[in-house]
Design a protein around this ligand. Structure first.
Ligand code: URA
Length: 478
């Protein structure tokens, strides 16, 4: 063994890429990858010069970036081993029987599950009221080192408020439109007094002892307010320990978090049906929670919730737009004309609808009343976003091998981008939580085509798209 690249807790992927460009042609046995906080290695020969025009398949880029979160450092080594080998074995990643590929996929799946849990279970509570802007904080203990990966999700979803997410190793802080991340060790707030503790933890973590300016701090937070501020309790200790902490932060690595723990931090009156999910996330629990959902106005005029249905561990999840008139009355997805067409074409494609979990991006029917008819209305982005909560929960609970996005609304809900569906159809992309998603059109699109010839042509294309699903599943299983 000759080389021992050590990677930082934050900025990990960029650092790995830099090292990988230098080590791509070095055999994996000659490298001991590790985190910066790992014990120093005796084998730390200077790394070779980087290769500037290294090209990798997109699937590798996605997989390697996920592997970076693996806690032991094995993810770095696996990503490198794959990179090293794909230089001469271009199709390597599609060989799931290969031990490196299989291990990497297994770890990546576990990490994606952890990311999904963090998206779903971070619970903010409001903290501090001295500032003009509202502030929220949450404590979370991920299994993998996923804070950096998940940060964008929280910025996108909660960009209209200031917040901090504190984990045992990292604090993410979003204030006035800007995100900062710091690798600092924190301890779980005391469940007896979560609000004050959490705020103190948050404050202690955004406090940078290396930049201590007591006068400026006093000016920003005059002492007379300290008495009423929970975080002020931390200030004397922080000031007193500042120098020691600078040294400590330099020397000490982050602590390994205790086993997964969940802290329910929202005050009772602020809880919505979502928090009922803490007891477990079966599809039945989710359906029950969603039946009381008021996250968007669509629950008002609709007859009832139309939640997903199918085997709770189905390998395939089919996602449409929203229930139509017939679905709204029946309380079941895809039972009207679009559903019948889907069933027929799916069967012709070798896909058994009853073996799939079938759901929609939006769970209530949106319509305008015209006389006695209820005319379908496309859901607004805000409604799709609001309902994304449930879709993400369904993905986590069913944990399908493959997701099928039918139409632009489903595509937007699953990948964050719905434009250009006709160009993207028939291809496989990734959902926001890293699952393969096959893209196709919505069956209603076929029903709306004006002439029989184009309908026949498009139906055949739709069949061909769906026929990829059994193939993709078989490939994943082999
Ligand atoms: N269209 C959809 O997208 N979903 C349904 O359930 C029915 C029609």
């Amino acid at each position: 063994m000759t080389y021992a690249p050590r990677l930082p807790r934050l900025g990990t992927h960029a650092a790995w890429r830099d090292a990988a460009r230098r080590l791509v042609h070095i055999s994996p046995e000659e490298i001991a990858w590790g985190w910066e906080d790992a014990a120093p290695s005796m084998f730390d020969a200077p790394l070779p010069e980087p290769i500037s025009d290294l090209k990798v398949p997109k699937a590798f880029a996605n997989l390697s970036s996920t592997l970076m979160a693996e806690r032991s450092g094995r993810g770095f080594a696996l990503a490198h081993a794959l990179l090293h080998r794909i230089q001469s074995e271009r199709g390597l990643l599609s060989n799931r029987a290969d031990p490196h590929v299989a291990e990497a996929e297994h770890i990546a799946k576990d990490i994606r599950r952890d990311i999904h849990k963090m998206h779903a279970f971070v619970r903010f509570r409001e903290v501090g009221d001295q500032s003009a802007r509202r502030r929220f904080a949450a404590w979370f203990e991920p299994s993998h080192r996923i804070e950096e990966t998940t940060a964008d999700f929280f910025v996108n979803r909660f960009g209209d408020m200031d917040w901090a997410i504190v984990t045992p190793e990292v604090t993410l802080t979003y204030a006035e439109g800007s995100l900062s991340m710091r690798a600092v060790a924190s301890v779980r707030p005391d469940a007896e007094d979560p609000l004050e503790q959490l705020w103190t933890t948050y404050y202690s973590n955004i406090f940078n002892p290396a930049r201590l300016k007591v006068d400026a701090m006093r000016a920003e937070m005059p002492k007379k307010y300290w008495r009423n501020l929970p975080e002020a309790r931390a200030i004397p200790g922080l000031i007193a320990n500042a120098r020691a902490r600078v040294t400590e932060m330099r020397e000490a690595g982050p602590t390994v978090p205790p086993p997964q723990a969940r802290l329910r931090t929202e005050p009772e009156e602020k809880m919505t049906s979502q928090t009922d999910l803490f007891g477990g996330q079966t599809v039945a629990d989710l359906r029950q929670g969603a039946s009381a959902c008021t996250r968007c106005p669509l629950h008002g005029p609709a007859t009832q919730l139309v939640f997903g249905e199918g085997p709770p561990d189905a390998p395939v999840m089919i996602v449409g737009e929203q229930p139509g008139d017939r679905e709204d009355l029946a309380g079941r997805p895809f039972v009207g004309p679009a559903g019948q067409l889907f069933d027929e074409v799916a069967a012709a494609a070798g896909l058994d609808r009853d073996a799939c979990y079938v759901t929609n991006a939006v769970k209530h029917f949106k319509f305008v009343q015209k006389g006695r008819r209820r005319i379908h209305q496309k859901p607004a982005t805000s409604e799709v976003n609001a309902c994304n909560w449930w879709l993400e929960q369904e993905l986590g609970a069913v944990d399908p091998e493959i997701v099928v996005a039918m139409g632009a609304t489903a595509l937007h809900a699953l990948t964050g981008k719905g434009a250009g569906i006709l160009k993207r159809r028939g291809t496989v992309e990734e959902t926001k939580d890293g699952r393969p998603v096959l893209i196709t059109v919505h069956p209603s699109y076929l029903l709306r085509l004006p002439d029989a010839a184009s309908r026949a042509r498009e139906t055949e294309l739709f069949r061909a798209d769906l026929a990829r699903v059994p193939d993709l599943l078989a490939k994943r299983a082999s």
